[in-house]
Design a protein around this ligand. Sequence first.
Ligand SMILES: *Cc1c(COP(=O)(O)O)cnc(C)c1O
Length: 355
Amino acid sequence: MHKQLFIPGPVDVRPDVLAKMATPMIGHRSKDCTALQQSISEKMQQVFQTKNTIILSTSSGSGLMECAIRCCSASASAVFSVGAFGDRWHKMALANGKASDKFSVPMGQAVDPAEVDKALATGKYDLLAVTHNETSTGVENPIAAIAEVVKKYPDVIFCIDAVSSMAGADIPVDEWGVDICITSTQKCLGLPPGLAIASVSEKAYERAKTVPNRGLYFDLVEIYDKVKKAYQYPSTPSIAHMYALDYQLDRILEEGLEARFARHAEMAAYIQDWARKYFALFADEQHLSKTVTCIANTRGISVADLNKELGARGLTISNGYGDLKEKTFRIAHMADYTMEDMKKVTAAIEEVLGL
Ligand SMILES: *Cc1c(COP(=O)(O)O)cnc(C)c1O
């Protein structure tokens, strides 16, 4: 039996979208493939609210996170981490031999823009990396306010991890001046995992050209050049994903971004209210994610047992991430889910726990 996924990626994919993955193959150097890539780029620019260049990567989102921090920092990067995914970005920098400092906050808290100002004012950093939506803690960082700070430092490349929020929350890339904004297919976009997408500014590209040892598969300069020149890629992309993505983007734009964000906000508010009633929210009330809710296990239930019982009812939620495994549990409200789905999952939890 398929269990409906309420985990923060992968999410359930609509059957019509999934079916597009089975479209017959075309040559990746063909005009048809160029047209497909161009179509995706133009629609994706609308979702990202940007005029910047859209690049696709046949990898998960982590691939482009590593690409960004490796290719666009020459001196040192500042990674503002509020959880597991911010920590990973910092580890990626170090694993590539790059100088990088991590700035952390207690779990469940958000980045303070004043701290970003303090760090960048040292003049030590040429790249800033921040998670927009921290999936491990259910925190949404105040990127609009951070963006105001970053505007004072035009030499800093501003990178955002929007893996678990792009297409579920309002992320105006150009208004915020984000140089590299990264997402994956398996979260709010509602597709299978396997493709990553980023918007890349001219400024990020120019910086990358000055950075040595960018590697090959994730060389931002080479990818950007090929996309700019002919909507092509250095290596063979997942054409199956591209078919599904192109189709799904039509559906997303048909729904309308405003309506899509409103649907996500409504589902988030519902799950948050439910969590406050029966448990508590793990994240700071001022910075709650619109796409995933992290619930503090104030009743001391066994999250593993709960999930087992939910599984028998055809549903799966997520346990806490890492150290938070039994201390929290998470319910995703992203992609194509509806209020009906949310009510189904909370009703099932209430039934299992006898609430
Ligand atoms: C899922 C996730 C990632 C990792 O993305 P992959 O596509 O699995 O590589 C990074 N950051 C955040 C915030 C995520 O939710």
